[in-house]
Design a binder for this molecule. Structure first.
Ligand code: PEP
Ligand code: MG
Length: 587
């Protein structure tokens, strides 16, 4: 259609939206050093002063807008006023000007240097409140930098409800913040793959999301009217009337489908030959519990506790964590709640100033981070032990790659238990301690790990990432994310076999668990606990109720005779279409 541009990306969270694009750019502001000729130095100082004046009027403007908005508005206004004071602080302004003059350098570089220096001073203070203030300095210098570079600022506050957020990249922390503060209609990201954490959060909030759309999104301007069909991974820039109507019809069909699926909420997930599957939910925030229960979730299969740590520069206290864990346990009553200890590192980085690692996915992540940062780990373990008296808790450790990590983590938990008991703090009965199976080394040693873990939960997002040697954030290798690759199927077989031989439960909480096209494979493999986003539960349940385990086993055996993922996928599609006709879960 003339006037319409379509951009193809990866549909990461299904759904359809029409709305106004709100382009944000979360790329770090780049501040290379530029050497200035003598006659450019005073104009550079003026440029800096202009950016300060512009930042000041923006802050003033924001303050007038938020001040009337209840108690929070008044607090927000105070913070903005504090930012204005920093903006005019001679320690900041004079120092930047001095650097420009003495080093003949550009204003951006000078601002970055001075802000680093001031932040470092704040960081070294012993008082937590003052340490926290360094992020204010960073916010202010970021604003000045963006103004120097002529970028759009104030994206958080200017997002209108129903906006479609378009960004080169959105960190999980930013995505969480945006979803909590604004009614975002959809996300479109240049980077990312189906299992990047931003995609996962969007899925759990049932917000349509397209990732990996590449640089083509640069054609989208702030305020453009766009259509998003995340079910097909398609973005339409300036959709025609006919295309808009088609998208609206698609939205209506999705609503009907959801209504239909919700009818099964009170039914058990049981196959035609009587195999009962437990369907749990993955959550990132305690507020998601209501939605999980509304979709028939029988428990929490994965609480990604690290989300408590994002968007703040100091880790949450033991009391904060205890409060969050207790809230979830109480809300779930008798139902099982599996809390995963911190999976920080990789793309989930605490604080505003992440320490960069050359290969974050292969770095100090998850259990490695916790075993290295013992005090952070102990605070969490204490909070978990204290919360355990309030419900049916299981705890699991992420990214275990060797049995020694399991032993060390268990020992730390026991030490915390003993310490709390000595202090007379109630810690309740012992609860199951499990591990996530998400590295090839864990899969290969599953028989030994099963001797010392109380349960397994398979994290297929990482298991696939590490087995296939693909960065799950990198859209260029997203085509290799293939849950039906023989290596993955064989790993799953062997993990389940080891768990069953040792008599421990085996669950799956990676995205593969909620993919209705793969449910039959998981049934055949004998995985009897599946954990997924709330919205996926009714759909997966419908598939389970329509098949028999015996049929599933037969289908998988035939599928695994093929050698390539493409052949296996093709075989399954044909097989399921023949068996289920129009209602095939393959769609
Ligand atoms: C996984 O890796 O499959 C998983 C569930 O953990 P996360 O997506 O948080 O890495
Ligand atoms: Mg993982």
């Amino acid at each position: 259609m003339s006037g319409t541009t379509s951009i193809q990306g990866i549909g990461a969270s299904p759904g359809i939206a029409l709305g106004t694009a709100c382009v944000i750019d979360a790329r770090r502001v780049r501040t290379p050093k530029v050497k200035l000729a003598a006659h450019h130095i005073e104009p550079e100082v003026m440029r800096f002063n202009t950016a300060i004046a512009l930042s000041d009027s923006q802050l003033e403007d924001l303050k007038t807008r938020v001040v009337g908005v209840g108690r929070e508005g008044a607090e927000h206004a105070l913070i903005l006023e504090a930012h204005r004071l920093i903006l005019h602080d001679p320690m900041f302004v004079n120092e930047v000007i001095r650097l420009i003059r003495e080093r003949s350098c550009n204003a951006e570089w000078a601002v970055r240097q001075v802000s680093r220096l001031i932040s470092a001073r704040f960081r070294s203070l012993s008082d937590a409140y003052f340490r926290e203030r360094r992020s204010d300095v960073e916010f202010v210098s970021d604003r000045v930098l963006r103004n120097l570079l002529g970028e759009v600022v104030d994206r958080d506050l200017e997002l209108p409800a129903g906006a479609i957020v378009v960004a080169h990249d959105i960190s999980p922390a930013d995505a969480a913040l945006l979803m909590q503060t604004t009614e975002v209609a959809a996300f479109v990201c240049g980077l990312g793959g189906e299992t990047s954490h931003t995609a996962i959060i969007a899925r759990s909030r049932a917000i349509p999301a397209i990732v990996g759309a590449g640089r083509a999104i640069e054609a989208i301007r702030n305020g453009d009217f766009i259509g998003v069909d995340a079910t097909r991974g398609l973005v339409l820039l300036h959709p025609s009337e006919a295309q808009q109507e088609e998208l609206r019809a698609g939205m209506r069909a999705l609503v009907l489908k959801e209504e239909q699926a919700l009818k099964s909420v009170d039914l058990a997930a049981v196959t035609r030959d009587g195999v009962r599957i437990a369907l749990f939910g993955n959550i990132e925030f305690p507020e998601e519990i209501a939605d999980l229960l509304a979709h028939g979730g029988e428990g929490v299969g994965l609480y990604r506790s690290e989300f408590l740590f994002l968007n703040r520069s100091e880790p949450p206290s033991e009391e904060d964590q205890f409060g969050a864990y207790r809230q979830i346990l109480i809300a779930m009553g008798e139902r099982q709640v599996t809390i995963r200890t911190l999976d920080l590192g990789g793309d989930k980085i605490p604080g505003k100033k992440p320490k960069r690692e050359p290969n974050p996915a292969l770095g100090l992540r998850a259990i490695r981070y916790c075993l290295k940062n013992r005090e952070v780990f102990r605070v969490q373990l204490r909070a978990l032990l204290r919360a355990s008296v309030h419900g049916n808790l299981r705890v699991m450790f992420p990214l275990v790659s060797s049995i020694s990590e399991l032993r060390e983590a268990r020992a730390e938990l026991e030490a915390c238990r003993t310490q709390l008991s000595h202090q007379g703090v109630p810690v309740g009965k012992r609860f199951p301690i499990g591990i996530m199976m998400e590295t090839p080394s864990a899969a290969w040693t599953a028989d030994r790990l099963a001797q010392e873990a109380d349960f397994f939960s398979i994290g297929t997002n990482d298991l696939i990432q590490y087995s296939m040697a693909i960065d799950r954030q990198n859209r260029d290798v997203a085509y290799l994310y293939r849950p039906l690759h023989l290596s993955i199927l064989r790993s799953l077989e062997s993990i389940v076999r080891s768990a069953k031989a040792a008599g421990i439960p085996v669950a799956m909480c990676g995205e593969m668990a909620g993919d209705q096209r793969l449910t039959i494979v998981l049934l055949a493999l004998g995985i009897e606990e599946l954990s997924m986003s709330a919205g996926q539960i009714p759909v997966v349940k419908q598939v389970i109720r329509r098949v028999s385990k015996a049929d599933a086993v037969e289908v998988l055996a035939k599928a695994m005779a093929f050698s390539s993922a493409e052949e296996i996928e093709r075989f399954l599609r044909v097989e399921l279409t023949q068996r289920f006709g129009e209602n095939s879960p393959m769609g």
